[in-house]
Design a binder for this molecule. Sequence first.
Ligand code: NAD
Ligand code: DAU
Length: 363
Amino acid sequence: MSRRLLVTGGAGFIGSNFVHHWLKVYPNDRVVVLDALTYAGNLRNLQSVEEQENFRFVEGNICDKPGTACAKGERTLITELLQVENIDTIVHFAAESHVDRSILGPGAFVETNVVGTFTLLDAFRLHWEGKGQPMDYRFLHVSTDEVYGSLSPTDPAFTETTPYAPNSPYSASKAGSDHLVRAYHHTYKLPTIITNCSNNYGPYQFPEKLIPLMCINALMGKPLPVYGDGKNVRDWLYVGDHCQALDVVIHSGKPGETYNIGGNNEVENINLVQMLCQFMNELAPKLPVHPSEQLITFVKDRLGHDRRYAIDATKIKTQLGWTPSVTIAEGLRLTVEWYLTHRDWWEPLLSEEYQAYYRKVYA
Ligand code: NAD
Ligand code: DAU
């Protein structure tokens, strides 16, 4: 069947990579992006597809009339979009996504991640019920491994049955949204699926996150700030592999299920930054400071900093046949090359708002 997708947060990092993936692989499907264009949303991420007839961008907030409007049957931007575009699949990326910002200002995280997800879910439920509850409809909720909390060096990796123990306002708000999605399946039988993924990296990632921040700072000859002792561990996944996993889940995943997605690439932050420096030294013709390792600076730790994340992706591998295809060395090389050749993309992002944020976190 050809699908009609509503992709929330499609102007952000993973969302825009997903839109490119989907339009390339499924040219007969329709893709509508709903995005509020916060500081993290960028229409330039979608520039190459904006003229395609089967693509539409709509600027709007998933918190549209929070709480009651949908339940009262009032028409809102979201209910209108679902109906006019005859949407059968929601791929829900829209979120406040950065842990450090959630520490500085948690309110927006509760609003978008919890209230926004609720608003979207309820609108989709009414739409789905109005269509006679078709079982091939999907609400795919894109979530994070951070809901499971932090691991010690010897703990086994997170599975789908690991109890939730979120530690930051970001992960707590994502956990809240996961619970709502789960409840909508249990109560109303809405065909929802949740994915919990590890750290992504690749093109179009906003330079507040570790990998793009390090690439850009190295290119500008600025310090490379490593939190604490640099021994926190993350499980890195190239964004293209995440998009492929979501594709498989949409087509073959079972409603009501959760699937963990991870790269099986556990790396200590300091080692990752050193790998990035090596690629920078090799690929960047004129670095202001060479070798870039000289820029590595240990800074004050993140409050409540989770020590280690690791995903056990056995379920999606054995049940749906997905495995990652890009190694960490290949993925980091591709990513460094992308930031090197897309200065015109990232330079405008270093705005006054960004500088103010940067001063607050790294003061
Ligand atoms: P991002 O911050 O790059 O993009 C978020 C997008 O959502 C932006 O385009 C923004 O404008 C939009 N948005 C924010 N609030 C909105 C609102 N109220 N209404 C409509 N649009 C809104 O995020 P990302 O890194 O691409 O993450 C996408 C999703 O994947 C998030 O839900 C995140 O929790 C999840 N996730 C991210 C990672 C990762 O490593 N980046 C890993 C696992 C899961
Ligand atoms: O695990 C999935 C999560 O990965 C997603 O849900 C989040 O949306 C995404 O932001 C990411 O969260 P992290 O906090 O792990 O990512 P971040 O890039 O902010 O940091 C990665 C690690 O690097 C973390 O241990 C903190 C550290 N760090 C980060 C920055 C920005 C530094 O040492 N220095 C930095 O300047």
